[in-house]
Design a protein around this ligand. Structure first.
Ligand SMILES: Nc1ncnc2c1ncn2[C@@H]1O[C@H](COP(=O)(O)OP(=O)(O)OP(=O)(O)O)[C@@H](O)[C@H]1O
Ligand SMILES: [Mg+2]
Length: 412
């Protein structure tokens, strides 16, 4: 009897060719599916977040019957799945809704950057044309409100990393005003149109920055995302590894190590998946068929250094000057010595120096950020003093700091 060969039915010829070419370009690489290791990847199977997924879905579900959902506040530490789960539910709602009067807008307040940009990004998702600059904040807001009312739009507005709107002195008032206006939309519009706000934050101090009237209306409902345990991270990593790599690329030991490094007090799945990706890339570069413990160790070291470099380059100028002064010293010194040297550097640059007290406070701050180490040393009858040294090696530190326009010509 004639039998179809497997794969011989229902496959386009172009699919067959694509498959051959794909295999040829990939060779037998370790990472067969790099997309699933990317940060914006939303897995089909989200582990350990059933309670949160269900709560978010149930708070938002009235929108399917055109009824206004309560405002919702989602919080928890970084890398606990807030953005991912919210986007997952949003996508599901988008597929389920039957009318085109319901609009779901996702805005990341940090990447938008300013109050104006947040508003113009909202306008953009509604397809309202707003210039990049030139209008006042209140004008853009008015145009959005008018549009929503006229067209009877029901808006689910996700404001991710919403703390960025209010946690800097510059944005504090504007951010509170914007959030207040958004929560007050109901008193302007009629019942055919509404805005429900889904705020997301990883900043536990967020509510301290909010005016109480804003706080209470944003918190109609709330959902908490706890950090993952090491065991939970192991399962998340295994699941991801099973779709990212060729078989047998990863062992239990390696998973355990990555989970241990990302777990503990952090419970950060982003860090875990990132560490998995960087370790896999290192292994692949060596043409290794397996990810080894040493790849994880090296990846971890690289990522730590990247984090420190980033932190140094985003320091304010005085903090950089203090670090540069520390870097210019031959050995670990105490605060007094550093201050004298610091005064010299300021004079060279024509910069007004800070008081010793302020510099001392900066040193504590740098220590807390892990950019320097400043252990207190007991010197017997001479009292106690700090021996201050750098976290990264001297050359790297100086190189990063000298990328700053103001400091680039300094001879250190
Ligand atoms: N339960 C999970 N299952 C699978 N992957 C997860 C899970 N939780 C988080 N991740 C992974 O961790 C990464 C970080 O998650 P997410 O971006 O949602 O964190 P977050 O809570 O929004 O953090 P932040 O406060 O820093 O924005 C995601 O890219 C995702 O790959
Ligand atoms: Mg997030």
């Amino acid at each position: 009897m004639f039998q179809w060969k497997s794969g011989g039915m229902g496959m386009d010829s172009s699919d067959i060719v694509d498959k051959v070419f794909e295999k040829a370009t990939k060779g037998d690489r370790l990472i067969t599916n790099p997309d699933v290791l990317k940060l914006d990847y939303i897995p089909n199977k989200i582990l350990y977040r059933d309670i949160q997924t269900e709560k978010i879905a149930s708070v938002l579900s009235p929108v399917l019957n055109l009824v206004k959902p309560s405002n919702l506040f989602i919080y928890g530490k970084t890398g606990t799945g807030k953005t991912m789960v919210t986007k997952f539910v949003m996508n599901a709602l988008e597929n389920k809704k039957k009318d085109n009067k319901t609009v779901i807008s996702y805005i990341n307040s940090r990447t938008s950057g300013t109050i104006y940009r947040v508003l113009s990004d909202i306008a953009y998702t509604l397809k309202i044309k707003v210039p990049f600059t030139g209008l006042s904040v209140s004008e853009v807001q008015k145009r959005i409100f008018e549009y929503l009312k006229e067209n009877e739009i029901k808006l689910l507005l996700v404001l991710d990393e919403v703390d960025f709107l209010v946690n800097s002195p510059l944005k504090k008032d504007g951010g509170n005003d914007l959030l207040y206006e958004l929560t007050r939309y109901g008193s302007y519009a009629n019942s055919n149109s509404f805005i429900s706000i889904i705020g997301i934050s990883n900043d536990i101090k967020f509510k301290d920055y909010l005016e109480s009237r804003v706080y209470s209306s944003l918190h109609d409902e709330e959902v908490f995302f706890p950090p993952y345990s090491v065991e939970e991270l192991k399962d998340i990593l295994k699941e991801r590894a099973s779709i990212a790599f060729i078989g047998n690329a990863i062992t239990e030991d390696v998973i355990n190590l990555i989970a241990a490094r990302s777990g503990g007090e952090h419970g950060d799945a982003r860090r875990a998946v990132d560490l998995l990706r960087v370790a896999a890339e290192l292994a692949e570069r060596e043409n290794a068929k397996k990810i080894e413990i040493r790849h994880v160790q090296e990846a971890s070291k690289n990522m730590e250094q990247d984090k420190v470099s980033e932190a140094i380059s985003s320091l304010p100028i005085q903090e950089k000057l203090v670090m540069l002064t520390i870097a210019s010293l031959k050995e670990a010194e105490n605060t007094g010595h550093i201050y004298i040297k610091y005064l010299n550097t300021c004079e060279n640059l024509g910069i007004q120096p800070l008081t010793q007290r302020r510099v001392s406070a900066i040193i504590n701050e740098l220590d807390m950020l892990g950019l320097i180490s400043a252990p207190v040393i007991n010197r017997g009858r001479y009292g106690r003093s700090k021996k201050i040294s750098l976290a990264l090696d001297r050359n790297t530190t100086v190189k990063i700091i000298k990328e700053d326009e103001v400091l680039k010509n300094l001879s250190i």
